[in-house]
Ligand binder design. Structure first.
Ligand code: IPM
Ligand code: MG
Length: 368
């Protein structure tokens, strides 16, 4: 029987409760598809700071390194302790550090609005066309998130200057472009590349390199859009998009926008992948949403993003495509049979039942 080692880093806020549901579903999947997961929990984020005074404790990092993939919850509680310096806070010291440490340059965020959740999409029905189905491919280890210099300087007289630097090299753009074109080949063969080539040097290089890489994928239709127009087009006509290729910051913004179109940020999973080694890809799987401290610990959070992230892990890291598809269809089934967490609930749906985090996880695991 194939056995895989997983590091489960639940983190803060709603992290632990949605992680618990994802593991429940994985355990049910394991039985049905005859593979074995060895899951090791480890603290991260504020939980890491509480445990070892570090957002990413050494022990947690060691567990991650010894694993085949990481299933991540979420980190960051803005108001928790303002005295902790920004470089040591969970967002930078744990999440960004892990992305960099494992070279997770390719972030895949698939947005799909289930037919029965048309009401949860902020757009009118006629703009939803035959359904919204977009894959955001976000570059994750470059751009303004990591470019140097990155600092705040004192200018005297009570004034400061903050500097973030947007940097991309040709190889960084090439490798993410290849990921996006390959993904498009498996979908509807359309790729929209997002940039700001009318203003930024980065945008000009991005467009040139993506165009050049595109010549190797003649079966994929490529177009380019400025990011401001892309943000607008997502609202006006989201059905025109198949794969959206973005640099780090633009992808951060547009993926939240796209998530809203998919019904809820609580349903958007993500896979962050590094280079492939043989037939296994080390991956990091996390919901695209945050810790949602306002609803944490109240059995209100939607666990679907975490559960779908687990499905992406089975597919992208372990090649367990059938098992991944079974989880995705169990999620659809639970939604079709009326299970709704608060974020996707509408009193106008006759067959909908408002349920908590646990009950949603139970419903999905039961289908498995
Ligand atoms: C995301 C999040 C993170 C990001 C934050 C929490 C640092 O918004 O994964 O989209 O900006 O990348
Ligand atoms: Mg984000």
């Amino acid at each position: 029987m194939n056995t895989y080692n997983i590091a489960a880093l639940a983190g803060d806020g709603i992290g632990p409760e949605v992680m618990r549901e994802a593991i429940k579903v994985l355990r049910a999947t394991e039985k049905r598809f005859n593979f074995k997961l060895i899951i090791t929990d480890a603290p991260v984020g504020w939980a890491g700071i509480d445990f070892a005074k570090k957002a990413l404790p050494d022990k947690t990092l060691a567990i991650c390194k010894a694993s085949d993939s990481i299933l991540f919850g979420s980190v960051g509680l803005p108001d928790r302790d303002p005295t902790i310096p920004k470089e040591e806070r969970p967002e930078r010291a744990a999440l960004l550090r892990l992305r960099k440490e494992f070279g997770l340059f390719a972030n895949l965020r698939p947005v799909k609005l289930p037919k029965v959740l048309a009401h949860a999409c902020p757009l009118a029905k006629e703009r939803q066309g035959d359904g919204i189905d977009i894959l955001v491919v976000r570059e994750l280890t470059g751009g303004m998130y990591f470019g140097q210099p990155k600092k705040t300087e004192d200018l005297g007289g009570g004034n400061q200057r903050a500097i973030d630097t947007m940097v991309y090299t040709t190889p960084e753009i090439e490798r993410i472009a290849h990921v996006a074109f390959k993904a498009a080949q498996l979908r509807r063969k359309k790729l929209t590349s997002i940039d700001k080539a009318n203003v930024l040097e980065n945008g000009i290089l991005w467009r040139e390199v993506v165009t050049r890489v595109g010549k190797q994928y003649p079966d994929v239709a490529l177009d380019h859009m400025f990011v401001d127009n892309g943000a607008m087009q997502l609202m006006l006509k989201p059905t025109q998009f198949d794969v959206l290729l973005c640099e780090n910051m633009f992808g951060d913004i547009l993926s939240d926008e796209a998530a809203a179109l998919g019904g809820s940020l609580g349903m958007l999973p993500s896979a962050s992948l590094g280079a492939t080694n043989g037939n296994q890809t080390f991956g990091f799987y996390e919901p695209a949403g945050g810790t949602a401290p306002d609803i944490a610990g109240k059995d209100l959070a939607n666990p679907i993003a975490q559960i779908l992230s687990a499905a992406l892990m089975l597919r992208h890291s372990f090649g367990l495509n059938e098992a991944a598809a079974a989880i995705e269809s169990a999620v659809e089934h639970a939604i079709e049979s009326g299970h709704r967490t608060g974020d996707i609930y509408s009193a106008s749906e006759p067959n909908a039942r408002r349920v908590g985090t646990r009950a949603m996880g139970d419903a999905i695991a039961a289908v498995m």
